[in-house]
Each structure stands twice: as C-alpha cells, then as structure tokens.
Ligand binder design. Sequence first.
Ligand code: ZN
Length: 279
Amino acid sequence: MFFKRKKKPPPKKASRISVPDDFWVKCPSCGTILPNPELEANSKVCPKCSYHFRLGAYEYARLLFDRGLEREIGKELVSADPLGFPGYSDKMKKYERLYGLKDSSIAGTGRIFGRKVVGFFTDFAFLGGSMGSVFGEKFYRAVRFARRKKWPFIAVLFSGGGARMHEGIFSLMQMVKTTVGVIELERKGIPYITVLGDPTMGGVMASFAALGDVIIAEPGALIGFAGPRVIKQTIGQDLPPGFQRSEFHLKHGQVDMVVDRRQMKRTIARLLDIMESGI
Ligand SMILES: [Zn+2]
C-alpha cells in the first residue's frame, strides 16, 4: 500500500533577506562581532569593551552639535597642488568621490545644547587627516569667524599624517598659521578646546592641537609627534607599555582629560559653562 506523499510548499521568494556587506563589524580590541546599526547608535563605541572606532568629520559634527554643522566655512576651498606633486590631484579627486570631502577638514558653526560655537573637524579617511594649505586656511577662517562672533572654538582631530608631504613647505607653514589663530583666540578671551582622536600626530599635534585651553583625549588614542616605531628605532630602546596613548599622556600631564565619546558633548558643555563664567 502506497501513500501519496504530501508535496512541500515551495519556499516563499520574499523570505530571502539581503544583508549589506558592511552590516557586521568586528571590534579590533575584544573581537566581538557587532551589527553596524547598533554600533552607530552607540556613537561607534564598542558596547562590550568601550573601544572607540574612528569617526568621520561630519559624523563627529553630528554627534557633538544639536543639528550638525549648520553653516560651513570654506567649503569651496580646494588645494591648488602648488608643487605639481605626481598623482596628488588624482588622489584628491578620488577621495572626494569616495567620501564627499574636498579636503581632510571641515569647519563651521553649530550648537551645543543651544550654545553657539565654531567647530573644526578633521577626517582620517582623506589622506590621513593631514594638514595642507586648505586645512590651514579653513582653520584660520573659522578662527576669524569665532573672534567676530565671540563664540567658543572646538577642534576635533583625527590626523595621523601631520603636515601633508604633497604640499611640502606650504604644509609646514600651516603649523604657524594655525598657531597664530590660536593666539588670536586667546587675546580675545575666546575658549578654545581640542579633542584628540586616534590618531593625532605630527605637525597637527606639534601646533594647534596641543594648544587647547583644555585638551581632551578620547580613550586609547595614539597621540604624539613621531610614532612609536620611529622613536624605538631612533633611541634603540623598548618603550614603556601604553606609550603615547591617551591614558599615558594624562598621567604625564600632556592632556587634561580622557573622556568617553558618549560623554563628550556634555563634558564640553560643562567646560564652556565654567570657562565663560570667568570672561
Ligand atoms: Zn570591543
């Protein structure tokens, strides 16, 4: 005796869910696999070990300011490639296409819990967040704007490259230009806070980044002039554990605070309350 087998219903076509390639992210510190939306909702900080993933310039502006960057300063500026450095113009065009940035920094106005401020943010994705002539000009224009309005100035940095080699001496000159800007803020009694992300190195750290009235570092950020590998090779000695990381600098007085990104906006608001009450 044979029984007719019941046919299985065909699988529904709509049951296939496509997952984007970048949906899952592995934390480089603790190895936890995290869904990207969860990470982004947590300010790109690992919920398991508090590792701080790098943030783009516009992303940080959105995190820090009530409505992101409201009025951008110097958005139209593009480097003139003063040395005619081989491949430089093509590289810049490529990065603009990939990241929607004309250079490694953005500047503009925003609000922190309603208080008007001027912000300057660098983006590691664009040539390591390095400092060229457009970078310096944007910084200085933002300083001029802050001075005119008497608004506090916040600089958030993810700059591994320091001064940009593609612009040679023009890049190095930006160390002076940005430093002059900081002095002008100081003369007007305008609060100037720097936030050092991972990494903040080279000419950026050796000029305006290290001159904040208050210097805040994100946890675990690599901060310094030359990198640890170069120093190790030069002095021929092993470096102490945690060398050039935020917590090491805090212990040795190079930075004033190490602040979790999730508390950054509130901390800066509190600092500005204190600083402005004394003006
Ligand atoms: Zn982690």
